[in-house]
Design a protein around this ligand. Structure first.
Ligand SMILES: Nc1ncnc2c1ncn2[C@@H]1O[C@H](COP(=O)(O)OP(=O)(O)O)[C@@H](O)[C@H]1O
Ligand SMILES: [Mg+2]
Length: 262
């Protein structure tokens, strides 16, 4: 398939990382002074790598992702990315008055794709997320899973080297989520995009990632990381996925107990 996503970056200098997060801290002002949310986070995402960032709610996952997206600045440390990352959230954030196709085309327009190329490219992207034929559908006509597929197509339309995903499937039922895990794994392999995927769901983290990074809470620090060597495509109910999930859950529980917030 002729993909503009798996671009060879002709002439561009070779970069050895999709994201480089170095000694990043983030504090927010509160009535009782500064609250340290992220403390000295160092984490690289290699080109084409799939990393999941796992942690309890409130540990600072979204804060870190927003920093990588450039939506906010770190209080200390530095973040470099290979170009501007694409972002996908739990809420699809599609424009309800536009069709699925037009939502994707809007991202293509912002990227500077010429008018005549937008429609075929939007259709190709909808096909990539297995929504061929949904071009003219309005957002309210689509199921939750289909909306997230459109949101994924729109994120891919940005042609970024790095895709940041903040609990994108958390609001979906388990069966739909399972199907979308499969699709995301396929698309990741086809496009060679790097992914930094945030979740509080251990099984989901293990199902998807080449590397799972566990964040501690209050403040968020890199507590531990695991390389996941289970061959893809995996299934969430695979014994190997379950086994590693048990180990990681134990560690996560320890983190939560240490902080006594839950
Ligand atoms: N803009 C902000 N101002 C003040 N506090 C914030 C802001 N954004 C996040 N926080 C605080 O940072 C902590 C981590 O939040 P968040 O990154 O959303 O966690 P997670 O995504 O892991 O659930 C929370 O205690 C939250 O209240
Ligand atoms: Mg969050």
């Amino acid at each position: 398939m002729a993909s503009t996503l798996a671009k060879a970056a002709a002439g561009a200098p070779a970069v050895d990382h999709a994201a480089r997060i170095a000694h990043v801290s983030k504090s927010f002002p509160t009535p009782n002074g500064q609250q340290l949310v992220l403390d000295d986070i160092t984490l690289d995402v290699a080109p084409g790598e799939f990393v999941t960032l796992l942690g309890a709610s409130g540990c600072g996952k979204s804060t870190l992702l927003n920093l990588v997206a450039g939506l906010d600045a770190p209080s200390a440390g530095s973040i470099e990315t290979d170009g501007r990352p694409a972002l996908m959230f739990q809420e699809h954030a599609l424009f309800p008055w536009l069709t699925a196709g037009r939502n994707v085309e809007l991202a293509l327009r912002l990227r500077g794709v010429s008018k005549q190329d937008r429609r075929p490219e939007a259709e190709r992207l909808l096909e990539l997320v297995r929504l061929e034929g949904a071009y003219g559908k309005r957002v309210h006509e689509l199921s939750g899973g289909m909306r997230q597929r459109v949101a994924l197509a729109r994120a891919l339309a940005q042609d970024s080297r790095l895709l940041l995903m903040d609990e994108p499937f958390a609001a979906l039922d388990a069966i739909t989520r399972d199907v979308l895990h499969e699709e995301l794994t396929r698309i990741w392999r086809e496009t060679e995009v790097s992914v930094l995927f945030v979740t509080h769901n251990v099984r989901e983290a293990v199902r998807l990632a080449e590397r799972v990074v566990l964040l501690s809470s209050r403040p968020g620090r890199v507590a531990r990381e695991w390389r996941v060597d289970i061959p893809q495509p995996r299934r969430i109910e695979d014994a190997a996925v379950a086994e590693l999930s048990v180990e990681i859950t134990e560690e996560l529980r320890g983190e939560i107990r240490r902080h006594g917030q839950h």
